[in-house]
Design a protein. Structure first.
Length: 128
């Protein structure tokens, strides 16, 4: 299975669309087969879900994500695990061990048309 982890440095990004990169991880038989980092090619409605689908991603892991992005990802059959924090390698270990649990989005996306495009910052819990 191929996972894309929204990445900022060594950590899971608090926002799916505004991360600096995606760590792409292929896991088979509880082992990492391949791991690579792809720079975020840009943030616009429906673009990233299609981009990740074309890369063969089955599941996205992130801190936070908006409802529109989740809807677009579901159209491509991409699962979403959100509310995740921590170092990328620790998250991969939890994933392999079956201990990675989806939670609430770390971003507060207000309802409204084009929210993800026009907002300059997300309102992360804890003021991050």
């Amino acid at each position: 299975m191929r996972f894309a982890i929204a990445t900022d440095g060594e950590f899971v990004s608090p926002h799916f669309g505004r991360c600096s990169a995606y760590t792409i991880v292929d896991i088979e038989d509880n082992k990492v087969i391949k791991k690579e980092v792809l720079n975020n090619p840009g943030h616009s409605p429906a673009f990233l879900p299609e981009f990740l689908h074309q890369k063969g991603v089955n599941c996205i892991i992130c801190g936070g994500i908006g409802p529109r992005a989740i809807s677009f990802l579901k159209q491509y059959g991409i699962e979403v695990i959100l509310g995740i924090e921590g170092k990328i390698n620790d998250v991969i270990e939890k994933l392999i061990e079956g201990k990675l649990v989806s939670g609430e989005s770390l971003c507060n996306h207000k309802a409204g048309k084009n929210c993800d495009i026009e907002k300059k910052e997300c309102e992360h819990k804890g003021g991050d």
